[in-house]
Design a protein around this ligand. Structure first.
Ligand SMILES: C[S@@+](CC[C@H](N)C(=O)[O-])C[C@H]1O[C@@H](n2cnc3c(N)ncnc32)[C@H](O)[C@@H]1O
Length: 553
């Protein structure tokens, strides 16, 4: 009660009037805020809810809890609802960190507030925190309001359970979607961390490593983009069009990082590509990438300033390439650029052992061949079915000198000059590709190149091998002087992983050979290569459809 100098009774009367006025003010503000929220004018509705919150808190501090129990609980109910609605407005603008803080404030007043639990659950779901979201929806389901909203609550519970199980086991399957011609909604995926860990790499900085032996096609990581920008870009669209996509993409990343401390601190772990920087960067604990990691994990890596962020994006952004376009069912002019944090720890190698496929906003990384425990997982940042000099140029465009095993091998051989000559001949578009391939095969025999080394060199001259193995006439001319398609394909896949261009040549070879590709053994081989390309799928026909060996060519 205020020190007014008037009697208790008078002071009470005055307070009651004042209280009434305040109630009316709050009531008016509530109507205004609800209207703004319904009109989707989130910024103004947030402002109005903030006013209500301020007034309610002031009222609570002025109200005597002993004499005005019911008034106090009314104000608290209003306060809880204001926090809950403000959380909703923040969430609609993807301001998840502040939205969650408001949810907590509402739940500290009414611990099983139905609306707040739903709002909190949905936010957690957007942040891929499936388990925590499920807990919210389960708690909400116990509230009497759940009966009136049973369809919605049950739907959310079902979705959460499914995503939680997917994120634990990575057991999703896109076969039906592929077989259905990518029609309808993109399949629901969840973030998944398979048998991988981040460690210091011999290639550069940190890298992602396999923690157990896995076979070709095994799912290693499913990670959702921090941001992606996509557009249909006809071949002749100039540099400006690309710059627009790039700028939009950067803006999206900045926006997301600003809104979510967790994302911002994860980004700060990423490399700027500077050698000294990479050497100094620590390997983060895998726990920070688990989808159930606390959003307020703190500034594990710290915030990133804009200049550093641009360097980080230069080095870590990835183009959604042709395979993704195919998976997404888009046309060839489709272009997308995005940032996938966990995948950003995967170094490049010209002898890569993982591949990526993009489904919706998710990047799905799988083993492109059998991988041993402790082996570093590597992706091809650029076309690795290219000769050494060409690859050197492409790595240079990326801003690094490739330190992978294949490049080290090719740089270390004593017959470098012969290689260079052959490379130049291939670059000039030699007419007799058969003699080029024969020269290399003969050379490898003389230089005693064996095992993986053979695969490395054949991969470097794939352009010529592809033409030779793909031509019945050339193959007939050279006969046994040139190895059979299957042997070449096997060694190249061992060296440079599965690749559409390689599988196509094998398919051609098999079609020409006895029994075509319908033979069970041949088909198994092709499907195995297909798994390396697209990952395991429940239905073999889906791999067939992706490889276009289903007669629909
Ligand atoms: C997406 S990051 C890969 C992860 C990075 N090593 C790290 O510690 O964060 C790309 C950067 O890693 C380095 N890098 C990746 N592959 C490489 C390779 N084969 N040889 C040399 N440096 C490589 C380059 O600095 C490149 O700009």
């Amino acid at each position: 009660m205020r020190e007014t100098g008037i009697s208790n009774e008078e002071a009470m009367e005055f307070t009651v009037e004042e209280e009434k006025e305040e109630e009316e003010r709050i009531q008016n503000l509530r109507s205004k805020a609800t209207e703004l929220l319904l009109r989707e004018e989130y910024k103004d509705s947030i402002k109005t809810y903030s006013q209500i919150i301020f007034l309610c808190q002031e009222s609570i501090s002025k109200t005597d809890p002993k004499s005005s129990q019911s008034r106090l609980s009314n104000i608290k109910r209003t306060l809880c609802l204001a926090f809950s609605n403000r959380a909703e407005a923040w969430a609609r603008q993807s301001e998840f960190s502040v939205a969650l803080r408001d949810c907590e404030a509402a739940l500290s007043i009414e611990k099983s507030h139905f609306k707040t639990l739903l709002c909190k659950g949905k936010i957690l779901l957007s942040l891929n925190r499936y388990g925590a979201a499920l807990d919210c929806f389960k708690q909400a389901n116990l509230d009497p309001h759940a009966t009136e909203n049973s369809d919605m609550v049950n739907g959310l519970l079902k979705k959460c359970k499914k995503l939680k199980s997917l994120s634990r086991g990575g057991t999703f399957d896109i076969s039906d979607w592929v077989l259905g011609g990518y029609r309808g909604k993109t399949p629901e995926l969840a973030e998944y961390i398979g048998p991988v860990e981040i460690k210091k790499s011999e290639i550069s900085g940190r890298g992602l490593f396999a923690t157990r032996n896995v076979e070709s096609g095994t799912l290693m990581v499913v990670t959702r983009a921090v941001a992606v920008d996509r557009a249909i870009m006809p071949q002749d669209s100039g540099e400006n069009a690309h710059l627009v996509i790039w700028k939009n993409f950067i803006d999206k990343v900045v926006e997301t990082a600003k809104k979510c401390e967790h994302v911002s601190s994860l980004i700060s772990f990423l490399s700027t590509g500077e050698c000294e920087d990479e050497r100094a960067l620590e390997a983060p604990d895998m726990e920070v990438f688990r989808s159930e990691a606390e959003v307020g994990i703190g500034n594990v890596g710290g915030r990133v300033d804009n200049e550093r962020l641009r360097s980080i994006l230069d080095v870590n952004s990835v183009l959604e390439d042709a395979i993704s376009a195919k998976i997404l069912g888009k046309n060839a002019d489709y272009q997308g650029v995005g940032l996938w944090i966990l995948a950003s720890f995967i170094n490049h190698s010209c002898d890569p052992n993982v591949r990526r496929v993009h489904v919706g906003d998710y990047m799905v990384v799988h083993a492109a061949r059998d991988v041993k425990a402790g082996e570093e997982l590597t992706l091809a940042y650029f076309d690795v079915l290219a000769p050494r000099e060409k690859r050197r140029e492409m790595a240079d465009n990326w801003g690094f000198v490739c330190g992978c095993k294949r490049c080290l091998f090719e740089d270390g051989v004593c017959f470098k000059n012969d290689m260079r000559e052959m490379e130049m001949a291939m670059g000039k578009g030699v007419v007799d590709v058969g003699s080029l391939v024969y020269r290399l095969e003969e050379g490898m025999r003389r230089w005693m190149v064996r095992g993986r080394g053979k695969g490395y060199l054949r991969a470097s001259f794939w352009e010529a091998y592809g033409k030779v193995l793909g031509s019945e006439k050339v193959m007939r001319k050279w006969g046994r002087k040139i190895p059979a398609a299957e042997a070449v394909v096997e060694s190249v896949v061992q060296a440079a992983g599965s690749h559409e261009r390689i599988v196509r040549v094998l398919l051609e070879g098999l079609r020409r050979g006895a029994g075509g590709v319908n033979g069970v053994v041949e088909m198994e081989k092709v499907i195995k290569l297909g798994r390396g390309l697209y990952g395991k799928m429940m239905k073999k026909q889906a791999i067939g459809a992706l490889l276009q060996i289903d007669g629909k060519e």
